[in-house]
Write a protein that binds this ligand. Sequence first.
Ligand code: HEM
Length: 495
Amino acid sequence: MDLTQDFTLLLTLSVSCLIFYLSLKKLWCHDNLPPGPTPLPLLGNVLKIGRGDIVNSLMKLSEKYGNVFTIYLGSRPVVVVTGYKYVKEIYIDNGDDYLNRGEMPAWKPFYKNYGIVFTTNIERWKDLRRFSVSCLRDFGVGKRSIEVRIQEESCCLVEELKKTQESFIDPHQCISRAVCNIIFSIMFGTRHEYEDKDIDTVVSCIYDSFVIVSSAWGQVYEMFPGLMGFIPGRHQEISHLLSKLNQYVDNRVQINLKTLDPNNPRDYVDAFLIKMEKEKSNSQSEFNMKNLLASTLQIFFAGVETTGTTLAYSLLILLKYPDVIAKVYEEIDHVIGRNRSPTIQDKNYMPYTEAMIHEMQRFTDLLPMGVPRKTVKEVKLKGYTIPKDTTIFPMLTSVLKDPTCFKYPTEFNPENFLNEKGEFQKNNAFMPLAAGKRTCLGESLVRMELFLILTTILQNFNLKSPVPVEELDITPNVSGLGNFPKPFKIAFIPR
Ligand code: HEM
């Protein structure tokens, strides 16, 4: 090797070291952020959290770094918040400071920052949220009219389950169709038969995209959205699935548009179209076609799979706990009987069932990392200064399983919501739908759906497992943005 070669090698090495040092410095320059595992340049903390098990990895890191720490998804810092005390600070105590939605790269190229759930434009969110809350109320959510609608759909579901003639089936599809129909009626004023092709497409696309985003592929995509765009894998299906859903919503909106009577809005889409017309001379208005399509699709998305999976997962867990289901049957027979549909009023006389449904939501822990939030200004949290626009993961799992808040944090036990007298007992750490001003928009709908659908199923059927109860595995199959059960089958035996 001559002197020139030696010099070139030395120069290359020095430049590489300099680039490496500068990128490390860039990563570590957020010196006010809470401490966390040391990130690698460009890769961030992929070695600690990139193995497809992000929820458990983050909970492990919190044992080492405490309730508030920083991780790097690629080069993007995210502050992870665990435990009731600090998550409550994000949602409620200082809720206004954390109202914005955090970055979610998997959805971003598709929604392009429109729509109520995923927009990171706080003013846009405020307008769409205010409108959607009052619109859902106008179309019956939280009132007697939606109760009747859920009762009717529950009866359709029972008929559908009877058709299976006691064979072993995966209940998820049927249940999600029932839930989808309830949201359809609010958004488009109609429902579909269970064998209809459209409802099949909608339910399957929502389920598949939710599972992919939650899977290992989705988790890596969240860390390296730019790079993963060029790499083949399941994450590539997300935008195809969302396009199909968008096409469906677009067609439905066109139907509403053609049949619209401005004096007689029939559903959410009509109300949005009327608002668009009223504000058409305001170029700054958020009531435009892009926000209509995105909000409608996002409300669907947020409402169908979450409730459908919670209900299906609940049936699996009830199979595993025959003593719990026996007590629920006893209450149903005593309070409702077999000859009429359950009503929301019945809940007041069914403390065990009410406790069981709360425990289902706590234990299934459907969105373990919450949905990311973002700081709207520089904030102080646990003594650290966190800059404006920092993404926050409020770890709902850490609250729902906080040992300082629940008697049996890791096991399924309705006693978590009962006092010594057997009465239902509220718990402030029960926040599977988040809390505060940006809590789940469907909160009152979810409460009604879970109670009415679950009690109607149990009023009509005994559940039978194809395998011995001890062999039933109730741990999640996929755990990321969402917790999904392993595939399972149940036979519905008429009572
Ligand atoms: C068991 C069922 C459900 C669960 C576990 C659930 C959970 C959640 C959670 C954790 C959030 C994030 C709140 C935040 O921190 O920003 C959320 C938001 C949301 N949910 Fe639900 N949800 C459920 C059902 C529904 C239903 C039935 C609807 C339909 C109306 C719905 C509509 C929404 C919407 C629109 C948002 C976004 C709210 C906003 O950004 O202002 N959800 N949900």
